[in-house]
Design a protein around this ligand. Structure first.
Ligand code: GLU
Length: 476
């Protein structure tokens, strides 16, 4: 039997990390068994479904690396739902009801007050033929419910193990609204049958739906697929993610600079006892995938782990893999040397742009934190071009010799002057990218602008007052 799974988002909003996990595990499950993946767009709610969300879902899945073999929109399949509905009607498994929303709300309030389960009281089943005719003559259009069988429903869940639900605890679900449109329940079953879905992998918020849908599969003469219900994710403090779903949408994470493989590596590990590991590609994830690794314990989504994986990916990724993206960021002259120097300092790719700017455009280091005398002396000792790999060590040895300074007391002031930053990539690599002219300007920032290289007797320039008479700090 060839495996077919489906991911069935409602296009009423953006995909978030919870949806992404379901989509990813479906894809990996299919890939690990040579199966197929159907993207089903559950857009039966015409009022809330939007075309822009359909585009966003496709864009976000592609970004994550979750592809699909086939797409289907439920809005294109009404005819099949009508046929299934007629079949259920002929089998006496659906019945028309006439209550208004207010009446149903009242019924629910009453049940809640009495601490009774929320079940439809089946009043509509008591209506006589004459009642139906009278109501329809008055202009009432019926909505339709599925009649639940009181027998118990059982299935072997691929994540939760043996599952069991008493039929008498299930409420007859509404399948079709009075305006003729369908709710989620029936179209989902019809599509799962028509597209020969073999495995339904989804969130555990659908457990009750599964019990109901198994009955609908049987009522339509079909064998239900296998089910796997994944526990819903929570944050590290144990809170549900519902309030933070905006900031945890794939769109928001992408804009923040999260790499898809970092997110996929985290999502695939959550809910298993396996250690978090950065994977290199989707193929590698699929090769190691086994649904039996997933438990019904609550997975905790820790954003800091995601950022750590992101940084780990950036620190290891070769230049060739990011070159085009760096160019698209405007770093048209970016070199492999630059990338190798900065990548260990990045938590997101975009920050490479900041380092490129630091190297190649005008920066104004704060004169208050610049060690002017040292920098001016260093400027005077800067080797002439052309520069090569040895330039940095030649230069630093010369400064050490003149000043006696070593280690941090030497490198930190140079770094501050050359980059305006306290920490950062290897200066030996940045210096050739900054280039001699820019380095000279930066080392002399706020100080004497002449190119005189005469040092005072202490080995440090007496530059506080503009020693060469050109321009000192006070004249700026
Ligand atoms: N549209 C449903 C949802 O987004 C699909 C549930 C299912 O997988 O059947 O929750």
């Amino acid at each position: 039997m060839s495996v077919t799974v489906r991911f069935a988002p409602s296009p009423t909003g953006l995909l978030h990390v919870g949806n992404a996990r379901v989509a990813l595990l479906n894809r990996l499950f299919a890939d690990s068994l040579g199966g197929r993946f159907l993207l089903r767009l559950d857009n039966t709610d015409a009022e809330r479904s939007r075309e822009e969300y359909i585009s966003a879902i496709k864009r976000d899945l592609s970004w994550l690396g979750v592809g699909w073999e086939h797409t289907v929109r439920q809005s294109d399949r009404r005819h099949y739902y009508h046929t299934a509905m007629a079949r259920l009607q002929a089998a006496g498994r659906v019945y028309p009801c006439y209550e208004t929303t207010e009446e149903l709300d009242e019924q629910r309030l009453f049940q809640r007050g009495k601490k009774q389960p929320r079940l439809y009281d089946r009043a509509a089943l008591m209506l006589s033929k004459t009642d139906h005719v009278r109501l329809e003559r008055k202009g009432h259009r019926p909505y339709w419910r599925f009649r639940i069988d009181p027998h118990d429903v059982q299935w072997e869940d691929l994540v939760r193990g043996s599952c069991f639900c008493h039929g008498i605890h299930l409420c007859d679900p509404v399948l079709r609204r009075a305006d003729g449109s369908y709710l989620y329940m029936l179209p989902s079953v019809v599509d799962d049958i028509d597209f020969t879905i073999t495995h339904v992998i989804r969130g555990e918020d659908h457990l009750t739906n599964t019990a109901i849908q198994i009955q609908i599969f049987h009522a339509l003469g079909a064998t239900p697929p296998h089910f796997a219900h994944l526990p819903l994710m929570r944050d590290v403090s144990g809170q549900g993610l519902s309030k933070r779903l905006g900031s945890l949408s794939l769109d928001a994470l992408r804009w923040q600079g999260i790499e898809p493989i970092a997110l996929a590596s985290l999502l695939v590990t959550m809910g298993t006892i396996r250690p978090i590991r950065l994977h290199s590609a989707m193929g590698e994830l699929a090769a190691a995938f086994d649904l039996r690794h997933y438990s019904h314990g609550t997975p905790r989504f820790d954003e800091s782990e995601l950022w750590q994986l992101n940084a780990r990916w950036l620190h290891a990724v070769p230049f060739a893999a990011v070159k085009d993206r760096l160019i698209a960021l405007g770093l048209s002259k970016v070199t492999e040397g630059f990338w190798n120097a900065v990548r260990a300092n990045l938590d997101r790719l975009e920050t490479a742009g900041t380092w490129w700017q630091i190297c190649t455009s005008t920066i104004v280091p704060n004169p208050k934190i610049i060690d002017g005398p040292l920098c001016l002396l260093a400027a005077g000792l800067l080797p002439s071009e052309p520069w090569d790999k040895t330039t940095w060590s030649v230069w630093i040895s010369a400064i050490k010799k003149k000043t006696g300074r070593t280690g941090r007391s030497l490198i930190r002031p140079l770094r501050l002057a050359l980059t305006g930053q306290d920490t950062g990539p290897e200066l030996s690599v940045l210096l050739p990218i900054i280039g001699r002219n820019r380095a000279l300007v930066r080392l002399r920032q706020g100080r004497c602008r002449c190119t005189c290289t005469t040092a005072g007797s202490s080995g440090v320039y007496p530059v506080q007052k503009g020693h060469c008479g050109e321009e000192g700090p006070g004249s700026r």
